[in-house]
Design a protein around this ligand. Sequence first.
Ligand SMILES: [Cu+2]
Length: 120
Amino acid sequence: MPRAMTKTLTALLVALSLPGVASAHAILIDSTPAIRASIPAGHEAVTLKFNSRIDRERSRLTLIGPDKSETRLPVGPNGPPDVMTTSSDLAPGAYTVRWQVLAVDGHITRGDVPFTVVAP
Ligand SMILES: [Cu+2]
């Protein structure tokens, strides 16, 4: 094998074995409610779907209410390994679900799902 090719292959293998280079961080790919959705008041089921498996026990969900108060939401223990679920009783107003997720590659990502609750 030519020396240049060997070097290239070695560099590639090193890159692939570095944590975080080859494996994806968890990125939100779908949510219920959707980002900037308007939903009727009441008991809301929240579902966040990611692009990769996540460590549910080391991930957290926080609800930011219309008064900016922050409430930790319990993460449902069941479901596919790339999904987080929770639920909450919500009155009309502007809310954000803030997620902080540990992916199986060991990296933490964060993001917000803002939405509006309207009178039914
Ligand atoms: Cu990563």
